[in-house]
Design a protein around this ligand. Structure first.
Ligand code: GSY
Length: 168
């Protein structure tokens, strides 16, 4: 039984973003490292240039969604994603501030996980943020949000977020 659990395979969706340095190079390198350390990358969205959310007086972000298949647990994915951020030079300072690279776990199969201050999937704010939902709906239009019961495409079409998101 334990062995089956350990080998369970999940499709995880992550959102990558950054607004410092060579944003495109940082995203490309992050995807290579996700593929090496976490699991086979199956889908990568277009690049999206997006107005900064939260603290708006900072440079625009480049965001990109990634879908991958992994045998790891959600916590292991989260910890490796943090290690990739560090390897790429991220220093965590301001929660809403500028950053070289950010890797957020958005969905982990159809699992619902809530470990306060550590890990929440589905990402609790995904459905309110165009910079998350537009790239995600591009690569996973038919995936259903495990709590809202709505597809990624449908959620992305009904968001009221006014911040600009431009597909490059
Ligand atoms: O939450 C991820 C980091 N982040 C972003 C982002 O990735 N894109 C945009 N547009 N704004 C953001 N604000 C933060 S914090």
């Amino acid at each position: 039984m334990m062995l089956n659990k350990a080998l369970e395979c999940h499709t995880a969706y992550l959102l990558l973003g950054g607004n410092l340095g060579d944003r495109e190079v940082n995203l490309k390198r992050a995807i290579e490292l996700l593929n090496e350390k976490i699991g086979e990358v199956l889908a990568v969205s277009s690049l999206y240039e997006t107005a900064a959310w939260g603290k708006t007086d900072q440079p625009a972000f480049l965001n990109q969604a990634v879908g991958l298949q992994t045998n790891l647990s959600a916590i292991e994915v989260l910890e490796l994603a943090l290690s990739i951020e560090q390897e790429l030079g991220r220093v965590r300072k301001d929660k809403w501030g500028e950053r070289l690279i950010d890797i957020d776990l958005i969905l982990f199969g159809d699992e619902v996980i809530n470990i306060p201050d550590k890990l929440q999937v589905p990402h609790p704010h995904m459905q309110n943020r165009k910079f998350v939902m537009e790239p995600l709906a591009e690569i996973a239009p038919d995936v259903i949000h495990p709590l809202l019961g709505e597809t990624m495409l449908s959620i992305s079409q009904h968001i009221e977020d006014p911040l600009e998101v431009k597909k490059l």
